[in-house]
Design a protein around this ligand. Structure first.
Ligand code: SF4
Length: 236
């Protein structure tokens, strides 16, 4: 379970940009979106990826391990994992059972071990041992969908081609009315339409922070939420 973050200061209800007409949770999403992006970005100015890594391979492995697991647990496991496995070949050299044991605390270790090994096999055989740096190539790796590819591209290569939709981003996009879709790729398309391109990368982590600190899955704290006046799901 992730540690509870401090909630940002809640703003006065029903405000808008200077000179803009008053917005409410019933305003069209095209009008609410810029204000929600602005308020949440100000509330979480330091939001960034929580996974620890020092190169693209480490981030790729950490992101695969983060499925259905907290970033804190992944970071605990990767302290030793990344000392033992430094190159893609290292993940192929050991018996699969050994890798499974090494990543077991992150859950779903059978599936994750297979994904990591098959991704590393392709990195070695097709990409000369280097994690590829394009969306197209990353998506050919086992266990890599757009979420993981966006995380690796943005954080390890400084390339932004979309918005990583994890469980928090998905939940908040639905609650805030950015998207009514359930499929992460479709949610990403809706977000990319509504969020300015230069905000795509940081806004991923802003939403994740807000999802952890305030808009939690079970008990969203709408009473302290700085965008409750713009949120159709608000309970206050
Ligand atoms: S008002 Fe409530 S449901 Fe809406 S974003 Fe804030 S915490 Fe989440």
């Amino acid at each position: 379970m992730a540690a509870r973050r401090t909630a940002p200061t809640r703003r006065k209800a029903a405000s808008g940009s200077r000179g803009a007409r008053r917005l409410s949770c019933e305003s069209p999403i095209e009008e609410r979106a810029p204000e929600i992006v602005r308020i949440l970005s100000e509330a979480y100015p330091d939001a960034k990826v929580a996974l620890r890594f020092s190169n693209p391979l480490e981030l790729l492995v950490a992101t695969i391990l983060s499925a259905q697991c907290t970033d804190e647990k992944v970071n605990e496991v990767t302290v030793n994992l990344f000392r033992k496995y430094r190159r893609p070949e290292d993940y192929l050299r050991v018996p699969e059972e050994e890798l499974k044991a090494d990543i077991r605390p992150t859950g779903f270790f059978n599936q994750k071990a297979t994904s990591i090994r098959e991704a590393c096999r392709r990195i070695v055989e097709v990409y000369g041992g280097k994690v590829p740096d394009s969306m197209e190539d990353l998506l050919t790796l086992r266990g890599v969908a757009r979420k993981t590819a966006n995380i690796v591209l943005g954080n390890a290569f400084g390339k932004v081609e979309g918005i990583a939709v994890d469980t928090h981003v998905k939940r908040l996009a639905n609650r805030l009315g950015f998207s009514s879709e359930l499929d992460p790729d479709r949610i990403e398309q809706d977000l990319m339409r509504l969020v300015p391109r230069e905000r795509w990368f940081p806004f991923t982590y802003v939403l994740i922070e807000h999802g952890r600190a305030v808009c939690t899955a079970r008990n969203p704290r709408c009473e302290v939420c700085p965008v409750s006046h713009l949120c159709p799901s608000s309970s206050v």
